[in-house]
Design a protein around this ligand. Sequence first.
Ligand SMILES: NC(=O)c1ccc[n+]([C@@H]2O[C@H](COP(=O)([O-])OP(=O)(O)OC[C@H]3O[C@@H](n4cnc5c(N)ncnc54)[C@H](O)[C@@H]3O)[C@@H](O)[C@H]2O)c1
Ligand SMILES: O=P(O)(O)OC[C@@H](O)[C@@H](O)[C@H](O)[C@H](O)CO
Length: 459
Amino acid sequence: MSSTPPIEPLRRQTPAPPVRIVHLGLGNFHRAHQAWYTAHAGDAAQWGIAAFTGRRPDAAERLNRQDGLYTLLVRGADGDHPEVVTSLSRAYAATDHEQFLDLLRRSEVAVVTLTVTEAAYLLGPDGGLDVDRPEVRADADALRADPTAPVTTVPGRLAAGLAARRAAGAGPITVLSCDNLAHNGAVTAAVVTRFADLLDPGVRGWVQENVEFASSMVDRITPATTEEVVERVAELTGRHDESPVPTEPFSEWVVAGEFAAGRPDWESAGAVFVEDVTAHEQRKLWLLNGSHSLLAYAGGLLGHRTIADAVADPRCRSWVEEFWDEACRHLPFPDGDLRGYREALLDRYANPGVRHLLAQIAAGGSLKLPLRVVPALRAERAADRLPRGCATAVAAWIGHLRGEGTPVDDPAAEPAVAAATSADPVRDVLSLLDPGLGDDGDLVDLVSSRLRDLAPGNA
Ligand SMILES: NC(=O)c1ccc[n+]([C@@H]2O[C@H](COP(=O)([O-])OP(=O)(O)OC[C@H]3O[C@@H](n4cnc5c(N)ncnc54)[C@H](O)[C@@H]3O)[C@@H](O)[C@H]2O)c1
Ligand SMILES: O=P(O)(O)OC[C@@H](O)[C@@H](O)[C@H](O)[C@H](O)CO
């Protein structure tokens, strides 16, 4: 008689590694990327991660119920491969601020990593910390009254943690951003030092002398977890994992910066250390994230739901190729490298196991387009060319902002929605992206014609 094997919970058989890394933003990407590299480093037994969620305390509770363990479900052309990742020693809610301060006071804690989304850096129009935001002012007031007061913003939490480290004499530390953001190390340094300055010039001076802000280009397509993923993991492993993470086989991590207090031997897991990540960052943000945004908005207008569906549509595929041709002219890599990179992206996008929803990628467009599409658009106009691929991305975003295609999920969307629904939408949206672009009559005409082409029934 056959019987179904019992579903076991996921539990550690050996102690978790000692915490020496603190992470903010315990989402799926951190667990598919930095936590995986840490678990695969040659010295993994010495490097545990304490990770804080952003807004979901239940995510920490689920992980702690299984001792920080979780299954990474690597979905490739050759099938699904489950792997238990062991580097997450403990998960905490974002509100557990006392625990965060306590960890930063420990000299053995050597690295703070971040995956908190672009929005959490709270950048203002000048590219630095927006000190006029109420939440920044509230955090600064609270910390001036009591340096251990609970605070909510990422720059405020980091400044408070570093002030606590300084007071404890715990020595230098490295903060490493792993967000999709151009110059992510410099941006993190700018917002944290500016926040420290609001508190006490002594803290700012200590941060400048003792804290390294490293940069990194991160890449691994990691969608959200669905019930199908939970069921597939149970089927493959015979264990019940409340919090598995689906991802693709490809992974890349290029890092630049100093780690005065040490770091895991991430190279042994495949990370690459370079002097300057800028070119890698641009290539990835423009070619991958830029084409993702194009597919998210244009594919949504055509009724597609996932990247694999959208890129299989010859119309979307040709717009992506146009956009890549334009962006590649401004990337400092040999043509052959860029060709290979593009081919690899098409393979990755076509992966049927990675159901990456356009709606997830479309979120937060008003912060994403300026970094992912506008640089190539500006560079093409400076070279006196009219970039049809970039124009298609902007036109598709306008359609999305008008409520066609994927729903708008963007806390900063109000001015963009107002522009997209104005009497002169193309000029107003281009001006919002870059004032110079709105005055460019030829570009306005091109985006307008792409918008007409994308209208329901025309595409
Ligand atoms: N998913 C990917 O394929 C991928 C790949 C490369 C880089 N990234 C980077 O990682 C980031 C997170 O992606 P994800 O897929 O893990 O998303 P996710 O939604 O699974 O997790 C996001 C994490 O950031 C936290 N967060 C969000 N807003 C925050 C805020 N204001 N303050 C503090 N924490 C906040 C969330 O609570 C959560 O812990 C992305 O924004 C991107 O910059 C993601
Ligand atoms: O994660 P976001 O929201 O910054 O961007 C959406 C996707 O483009 C992104 O998650 C990519 O899949 C990822 O950057 C691949 O490494």
